[in-house]
Design a protein. Structure first.
Length: 299
């Protein structure tokens, strides 16, 4: 079963005392030099975390993120969100870097966008960016400013820390151009945003006893209190894809992650994803990938 690592578990794994007065409502932020903890922390399994993370990585590393496997050969920026499980594997002993962790609440009320609105933090995106050498020192400088500010007694240091974190996020988006942050500007985009939120709330699947509740365009339309034709047209206008295509793509992404990162049998995975019969799940998966679930698992 996939686990969710809490902030408290994170600190224990790093062998760091849990900060006193860690207020979840006001939000939490911290920043670290990776060199201080490499080899000392307890390796975490493939899992979700209940906080965001931005990491500057120096050295060869392999990230397992949802259904993706991504490598860093020299320098990279990694953006993790609470919705998607991941794991990092060090591929050599020459490891260095920095990372910061923070909660959504730390930014609440300080931006017109939620963190999940940024492409780098959206499920289905590519969270790992290979960093050009010319950008390495500016990124190091940002993290060093964070560390200095965190330990200062400046009354408004949290505002500066938010600014430094946002600089990293925007740098990542500049280096890997992607869709602009989702800003609902008309009926179609508002419906698309509500649909995406409903779809993502069902994932990740964390137990073979858990089952997605919304599996068809009609299910989502009923939940949104609109006609299914209205939903389909809105999604087509906003994204170019049908409701069924969006659902199938997300179910397939979750199926791949569960096949690769759990020991559940294929029937359990199919059931958790809303397929009442194993044959229906097998047919769906093979149609999408040209592989059976068992073949994909062992590939």
């Amino acid at each position: 079963m996939e686990r969710i690592q809490s902030l408290e578990e994170f600190y224990r794994a790093k062998q760091i005392p849990v900060p006193e007065g860690m207020n979840r409502e006001l939000g939490h932020f911290n920043v670290f030099n990776s060199s201080d903890y490499i080899g000392k922390d307890i390796p975490m399994p493939y899992s979700r975390k209940d906080f965001y993370k931005v990491a500057f990585v120096s050295g060869r590393n392999r990230y397992f993120f949802a259904d993706k496997t991504m490598d860093v050969d020299q320098f990279g920026l990694f953006f993790a969100n609470p919705q998607v499980p991941y794991q990092c594997e060090h591929l050599d002993e020459r490891q260095a870097g920095f990372f910061c962790i923070f909660t959504e609440a730390f930014f609440h009320g300080h931006s017109s966008l939620k963190l999940s609105d940024f492409p780098l933090f959206r499920p289905g995106g590519t969270p790992l960016i290979c960093l050009p050498e010319a950008q390495v020192q500016p990124v190091i400088d940002l993290f060093q400013k964070m560390i200095a500010e965190l330990h200062s007694d400046y009354a408004y240091k949290n505002d500066l820390l938010r600014n430094y974190a946002m600089e990293l996020i925007h740098l990542g988006m500049k280096l890997q151009p992607s869709a602009a942050p989702h800003l609902p500007t008309n009926a179609a985009t508002r419906i698309s945003s509500l649909f995406s939120d409903l779809l993502e709330r069902q994932f990740p699947i964390e137990s073979p006893r858990q089952q997605v509740n919304l599996r068809t365009a009609f299910d989502f339309a009923a939940q949104l209190s609109i006609h299914v034709n209205h939903l389909n047209k809105a999604l087509k206008d906003a994204t170019g894809k049908s409701t069924s295509d969006h659902i199938a793509d997300r179910v397939l992404q979750e199926a791949k992650a569960l096949l690769k990162h759990t020991d559940w049998n294929v029937s359990e995975i199919g059931y958790s994803l809303g397929f009442q019969e194993p044959a229906h799940f097998n047919n769906f998966f093979k149609k999408k990938t040209q592989l059976t679930p068992r073949t994909f698992r062992t590939a």
